[in-house]
Design a protein around this ligand. Structure first.
Ligand code: FMN
Length: 322
């Protein structure tokens, strides 16, 4: 049930993608997502050298025989080594699927994606970006709406409108996301024409997520209003969990503070410390509005099975009632 062009092209059981999450989609967590029937995506920027990255891919290949992808980060400041080096390593390790994300298309990399026969997924937040990367040869386009955790861009289009607009504008299959936390959202996005869904926030509250239990508990307790948008003033809008650090960043932006002051609060190193040690307020953590629908901490497999089961039940109920 729920087979689509995405499940066929990627060779996965369920049309569910676990979104790239810096410091979180490590080899182990990526494998957990792929082993649960979805597509895990390793965040290559976690690894600071070719050797560390190669080791992570070896570990991933040992932990799963299911398909997975690797995200190549397009922001030079955020990745320790050049993407061409990451590409050499991932090709050497037999990776077949790459993901990129952002509003600037990776024009320097896409020729290599094509030459090497990689399946290329690009994630963006608007029709115009989707059309651009389709023109460059993207095989699959992921779009995430305004509700989503992490980078939201500047267009502010909600998932309910963005997904069908992109689906009707491109010919390649579309993965939709932003706010998907359960079977209702999953089925809704397939109804909108997406052939797969992407989830980030919901996966934070799973048993295997490599983050501290106190954060998982906080996400289960959080509601849909517990996120806010920050860093718009520096052209890097992110939806994040509304803890005291995020509120402080929002204040700094109101006071027109300088880039260094804002980045000092927003650094990923602080998020990493929170994941490791459970501090709830040290820094900023990406988080979508779907956090309001995280009510428990299942394994990834329990979550995916439940989502697909729930979607199947809803589809049957609707068919009976029509
Ligand atoms: C904690 C966290 C970290 C994220 N880090 C990244 C990242 O490094 N790169 C990226 O492209 N997207 C990142 N994202 C976005 C996700 O990959 C995904 O697109 C998004 O979470 C989907 O929306 P949802 O959170 O509403 O499910 C992150 C999201 C979260 C929640």
């Amino acid at each position: 049930m729920f087979g689509t062009r995405i499940t066929e092209m990627l060779g996965i059981k369920y049309p569910i993608v676990g979104g790239t999450m810096m410091h979180i989609t490590t080899a182990r967590f990526t494998a957990a997502i792929s082993n649960a029937g979805g597509l895990g995506i390793l965040a290559s920027a976690i690894y600071k050298s070719r050797e560390e990255f190669a080791e992570a891919l070896d570990q991933l290949n040992d932990l799963t025989d299911q398909p997975f992808a690797v995200n190549l980060n397009l922001f030079p400041m955020m990745r320790p080594i050049d993407n061409n080096d990451y590409l050499d390593v991932l090709l050497d390790k037999g990776v077949r699927i790459v993901e990129t994300s952002g509003h600037s298309a990776p024009e320097d990399l896409c020729a290599r994606f094509k030459e090497t026969g990689l399946t290329w997924i690009h994630k963006c937040v608007g029709v115009r970006y989707a059309l651009k990367v389709q023109g460059l040869g993207a095989d699959i386009i992921t779009v995430v709406g305004y509700e989503n955790g992490g980078a939201t861009g500047k267009l502010d289009i909600g998932t309910l409108v963005l997904v069908p607009r992109v689906v009707e504008s491109v010919r390649v299959p579309v993965i939709g996301g932003g706010g998907v936390s359960d079977g209702r959202g999953f089925l809704a996005l397939l109804s909108l024409g997406a052939e797969g869904v992407i989830m980030g926030t919901r996966l934070l509250a799973t048993r295997e997520a490599p983050i501290h239990e106190s954060l998982k508990k906080a996400f289960v307790e959080a509601g849909e209003q517990d996120t806010l948008l920050v860093m718009r003033s520096i052209g890097a809008t992110h939806r994040v969990w509304a803890n005291s650090a995020a509120r402080k960043i929002a204040e700094l932006e109101k006071e027109q503070a300088g880039l260094p002051e804002i980045l000092n609060m927003a650094t990923g190193e602080k998020a990493k410390q929170m994941y490791d040690h459970g501090d709830l307020d040290l820094g900023m953590i990406s988080c979508g509005q779907g956090v309001g629908m995280c009510h428990d901490i299942p394994t990834v497999k329990e979550l995916f099975d439940r989502i697909v089961g729930e979607a199947g039940d809803i589809a049957k109920r609707l068919a009976r009632n029509s």
